[in-house]
Design a protein around this ligand. Structure first.
Ligand code: SF4
Length: 468
């Protein structure tokens, strides 16, 4: 693109989705080894922004040691007469897409989870300063979102400065999320769809409803609405939710229709509040994974920054690989932390009553949204590290899942008893996949019927009629 003639590498959509392996990286910014990192967009008054200003606080790329990781704080401050704070989330999420347009730069995740790599080849071509990355961001923001009149960008790599600003960034995210709480899915006619992650997962569309926050945790229903209104042809668009097909599972006719269209038929049905059968697809940017644990018939949760192994012996990365790629995998579900705060959180599967394990860090973050009667009954890595001790823990705490196990055992026993008593007392007279019976003006259809009787009387209809 000619507007990037000052940039030493190419810039374009074709570089989206480019992966940079450790052995090919010059430096890493943020990522799993850095505890504190963030990217944040702020809407400011026009008078407070110096348009085009790019500031670097701390070492620049060229000052960094090859192969090492560094913390990063990235602040994009924007101003415009029609801009308001409600657009901060949407502007912030564009950083991900725009940075990925840069040849030899990989940007993953969002907010406090950012993970960036600059490749060796790009560095050798001259991509050795944040000034270049800032210029690309500046140009793309100004050309694609013309409601932004002024923009200034700050890159912080000084660890002390990051430590100072990190709590405020977390507070800003929380304020933004809290604003979106309270509205119910049933109260709106429109949901929003996002296709920003299709470069990584072509069959993925996020369906963002008031009570199901986007997988990346960066876009609320309000953000979706704001984005679709300023850029209706952009990657975030309105979905007429249409007829409610299944309230428990969260299935809407309009959602099915749009998802089918936007995934070119790969995904035909989406159930918003469950991890089974037709769950919402998972791209690669989800903040956490819900994973089914068959041994206890419950779910574990694990977030991206959890470094240990989960209760089933697998780390986040393995579970994420089993989940990602725009697929619908039964029992594996990519989701956001904010969705855990929703009353619709895996509602069709039992919600928090079905969650048996999660990292302590996440439990502390969402504690106020877990029902009081179950919060102490959910294990963390501090109390439980494997499935056997999980079973013991759940029994000791009388987790609601234990009642489910008992109910299932009783049902199996009852069915076994019924089977044997039927077989003891009666003889089978009929098995049929469909058996219509007409009686008293009603037609009763028995499906997969097996009928037992103590005695079988056979009479001809003619005889019956003759009697009358
Ligand atoms: S995770 Fe979903 S909402 Fe977030 S950027 Fe990707 S597609 Fe959009």
């Amino acid at each position: 693109m000619s507007m990037f003639k000052d940039i030493p590498v190419e810039v374009g959509v074709i570089y989206e989705g480019e992966r940079i392996r450790r052995k090919n990286m010059q430096v890493e910014l943020g990522g799993p080894s850095m505890k504190e990192k963030f990217e944040l967009a702020k809407v400011k008054p026009l008078t407070e922004i110096e348009d085009g200003k790019i500031t670097i606080i701390g070492p620049d790329i060229k000052d960094m040691i090859e192969g090492k990781a560094y913390p990063l704080g990235l602040i994009v401050e924007v101003a415009g007469s029609s801009l308001d704070q409600q657009l901060e989330g949407v502007i912030e999420r564009r950083i991900h897409g725009y940075m990925n347009y840069i040849e030899g730069l990989m940007h993953l995740n969002q907010r406090y989870d950012i993970w960036i790599r600059i490749g060796k080849k790009a560095f050798q071509k001259g991509l050795n300063s944040f000034q270049y990355i800032g210029k690309v961001l500046y140009t793309l923001f100004k050309s694609e979102l013309n409601i932004i009149e002024k923009i200034q960008i700050t890159f912080i790599t000084d660890p002390i400065k990051i430590q100072e600003l990190h709590p405020q960034a977390l507070q800003d995210y929380e304020t933004r999320d809290a604003r979106a709480r309270g509205l119910k899915d049933e109260e709106v006619d429109k949901f929003y769809g996002c296709m920003l992650c299709q470069s990584f997962a072509p069959s993925h569309v996020c369906v963002i409803s008031p009570q199901r926050y986007s997988n990346c945790g960066a876009i609320s229903w309000f953000d979706g609405r704001a984005s679709a209104s300023i850029d209706p042809k952009g990657p975030i668009f309105a979905i007429e939710r249409g007829e409610l097909i299944n309230a428990e599972k969260g299935e809407y006719a309009g959602v099915n229709e749009v998802v089918k269209k936007k995934t070119l038929g790969d995904v035909e049905q989406v159930w918003l509040y469950t991890a089974f059968d037709h769950p919402h697809t998972s791209c690669g940017c989800f903040e956490a994974v819900a994973f089914y644990i068959p041994e206890v018939d419950g779910f574990g949760l694990v977030n991206r920054s959890f470094k240990g192994t989960t209760v089933n012996g697998l780390p986040f990365s393995t579970l994420a690989d089993s989940t990602a790629g725009g697929r619908q995998i039964d029992g594996f579900h990519g989701l956001s932390i904010e969705y855990m705060r929703s009353p619709k959180f895996l509602d069709a599967d039992g919600g928090w009553n079905r969650i048996v394990w999660l990292p302590k860090e996440i439990k502390d973050r969402v504690k106020d949204f877990i029902p009081n009667e179950v919060v102490e009954k959910i294990a963390t890595e501090e109390s439980v590290q494997d499935i056997d001790s999980l079973k013991t823990f759940l029994k000791e705490k009388n987790h609601p899942i234990v009642a489910k196990w008992q109910k299932e055992i009783l049902e199996v026993e009852r069915e076994t008893n019924m089977e044997s008593s039927r077989e003891d007392l009666a003889m089978p007279v009929l098995s049929a996949s469909t058996l219509p019976i007409t009686a008293g003006g009603f037609k009763i259809i028995l499906k997969d019927a097996k009928i037992y009787a103590n005695k079988v009387i056979i009479k001809t209809i003619k005889n019956e009629k003759t009697k009358k």
